[in-house]
Design a binder for this molecule. Structure first.
Ligand code: ADP
Ligand code: MG
Length: 606
């Protein structure tokens, strides 16, 4: 019979460390969050070998007093809460009091710290939970943590680490997100002696975005500020043109904490749905502030997950706010005629069919300069030179100027000044307006006009129904029968009348009023087929998509000649669209090119 005994403290710490310290980025996360909690306004993170051999984090925060230094490394020691009730009103990022003990259990830690009122600093060395040194030294106010040789005493865990480059990448991602969540703190991040990120801490979120993602992202942002009884939302959304193939450009902060949350991301992505192609994700840097009592942040030791007590209200508010923001302002992508090699975004996956067409189009759209390269383009450099005395603020100025010069193309007042030049390749329309040339894809545009009309009818329940005689009889398999039962109401709203005809047979007695010459039977079966992929999706979404594909089929195709009168009419209709910028599948309907770009290309200006 094995004997029951208590584990040694160092063993307990090592086990606990498994939850908190998974990789070097977890250490950076915990220590930087501690620095933020300590009120630091400047934080420097330096790593070597992806943080596996060396991490140094320096802050100018409140420091730790000498008598508290050893205590800080004990498990469940914290200065941030006293009781579990405090969690509801917590404003700090940490509260579990287990980071320092966990980190010290699996690495070699050196701490140098000084509080403002102390004359000297403390130096504390702890390795594998064992105190090695505790002495008095001279150092500035604030705290420096050095963490060396992660998992040196737990080789089994070392094996789970990835290459130094990959680990450095995780830390870089984390630092970027943190910088976005705290524009009022100046962050420096250095990897293998190379500066990777530097923010000024002046509180300007747009500037942080510019520094991280470069000019083209910063130029395509929509600012958002919304508030309801329980939630305040601030930040920036990306225009659809800067969407990405994965969620890496989505950053959400709830009460200053970076979280990954399905409710938040779904609410935002769904709002973008009509603007983006499938498998495309938006750029978003959003700060949510809400009463802590509506949140449970203590779901996971890494505190990256949370629970909302009113999840569906949070979803609705976010979804509505983002939809509203997207419906304001002009979203026409601007193409540049820069050399092709600059325009290719290697991060994007190759698309198929329609999407490849779009990708090609997009490859001409200016994409962010290589992430870390925040140098201005030559044209900007010139301007910068002339604005030298303004120093660091230069790029901000340029961002603002551009925003002022933007004139909306799709406003009713602008319509009279559109000069329709003509059609090219029987597909695209060229329209001149102010200092820009606009190129409209007639198929995408028509598709969108029809789509919105159908959607309006649908919302107004204005779908007309037409009786057919004799009825169309269809034979459905079990799965299809189930789907029909599930979506019966939606089919009815669309104008279908379907009756059971005995066994697996069903009679379609009426179909939607305007089917644009499509075969009623084929369309019905196709709708069922497509609905069968909609497992778990909300019914209305499935219907929206169906309507989109119906309108798409009926829409005028490319490679078909349209008269000027027809295009003028189409333009009128496009102008009245709620979202005229993308077809129902997310392809752009309009792109533009500035006169300036053309003049640059013809070397009229250098
Ligand atoms: P928690 O952050 O959950 O309180 P930690 O183990 O991360 O627990 O830290 C323990 C305590 O050490 C903190 O509550 C704080 O008082 C102190 N501390 C840690 N890092 C710093 C720092 N950079 N500056 C000032 N105090 C710190
Ligand atoms: Mg902490």
């Amino acid at each position: 019979m094995p004997e029951i005994h208590f584990l040694e403290q160092s063993t307990i710490d090592k086990i606990a460390a498994g939850e908190v310290v998974e990789r070097p980025s977890s250490i950076v996360k915990e220590l930087v969050e501690n620095a933020i909690d300590a009120g630091a306004t400047a934080i420097t993170v330096e790593i070597r070998d992806g943080g596996i051999s060396f991490i140094r984090i320096t802050d100018n925060g409140c420091g730790i007093s000498r008598e508290e230094v050893p205590m800080a490394f004990l498990r469940h020691s914290t200065s941030k809460i006293r009781t579990v009730e405090d969690l509801a009103a917590i404003s700090s990022l940490g509260f579990r009091g287990e980071a320092l003990s966990s980190i010290a259990a699996v690495s070699q830690v050196e701490l140098i710290t000084k509080t403002g009122d102390a004359l000297t600093a403390s130096r504390y060395v702890i390795e594998g939970s064992k105190e090695i040194k505790f002495e008095e030294i001279g150092a500035p106010n604030g705290t420096t943590f050095l963490v060396r040789n992660l998992f040196y005493n737990t080789p089994a865990r070392q094996k789970f680490l990835k290459s130094p480059q990959t680990e450095a990448g995780y830390i870089n991602d984390f630092m970027e997100r943190l910088a976005l969540s705290k524009p009022e703190i100046s962050f420096q991040f250095i990897s293998n002696n190379q500066p990777k990120l530097s923010t000024s801490g002046n509180g300007d979120l747009k500037e942080v975005i510019y520094r991280i993602y470069g000019r083209d992202i910063a130029m395509n942002l929509i600012e958002i500020h919304e508030e309801c009884a329980f939630l305040k939302l601030d930040g920036f959304l990306g225009k659809p043109v800067i969407s990405r193939g994965n969620r890496n450009f989505e950053s959400y902060f709830v009460n200053g904490r970076y979280v990954k949350d399905k409710i938040v991301s779904k609410a935002i992505e769904t709002a973008y749905k009509l603007h983006l192609m499938q498998h495309q994700y938006p750029f978003a840097a959003l700060n949510l502030k809400m009463d802590g009592s509506l949140l449970d942040i203590n779901v996971h030791p890494a505190k990256m997950e949370l629970r909302f007590s009113n999840g569906s209200e949070v979803y609705d508010f976010l979804n509505r706010s983002v939809q509203k923001a997207l419906s304001q302002g002009e979203l026409i992508p601007e193409v540049s005629v820069a050399p092709a090699n600059r325009g290719n975004d290697r991060r994007e996956k190759k698309g198929e069919g329609v999407s490849r067409e779009f990708k090609n189009q997009r490859s001409e759209v200016p994409v962010p300069a290589p992430k870390k390269d925040v140098r201005p383009e030559p044209f900007e450099q010139k301007r910068l030179a002339s604005l030298k005395e303004e120093g660091q603020q230069n790029h901000q100025l340029i961002l603002k100027e551009t925003a002022i010069y933007e004139k909306p193309f799709l406003e009713q007042q602008a319509r009279a000044r559109h000069r329709v030049i003509g059609q090219v390749f029987d597909t695209y329309w060229l329209v001149q307006f102010e200092e820009k040339l606009f190129i409209i894809d007639q198929h995408a545009a028509h598709e969108k006009v029809l789509f919105e009309r159908l959607m309006r009818d649908f919302k107004k329940k204005d779908f007309t129904s037409q009786q057919i005689s004799p009825p169309i009889v269809v034979s459905l398999n079990m799965r299809e029968e189930e789907l029909l039962k599930k979506y019966r109401e939606e089919f009815q709203k669309l104008g279908y009348e379907i009756e059971s005809f005995g066994g697996k047979e069903y009679a379609i007695c009426a179909v939607p009023g305007n089917l644009y010459n499509l075969s009623a039977k084929d369309l019905f079966i196709e709708m069922l087929d497509e609905l069968s992929d909609e497992t778990g999706r909300r019914t209305s979404d499935a219907i929206i998509e169906k309507i989109a594909s119906m309108s798409c089929k009926a829409a005028v195709k490319g490679k078909q000649h349209l008269s000027s009168a027809e295009i003028e009419k189409l333009l009128d209709k496009l102008l009245s669209c709620e979202n005229p910028y993308q077809c129902p599948h997310g392809r752009p309907t309009i792109i533009s090119m500035t006169k300036y770009e053309l003049e640059k290309k013809f070397k009229r200006i250098i």
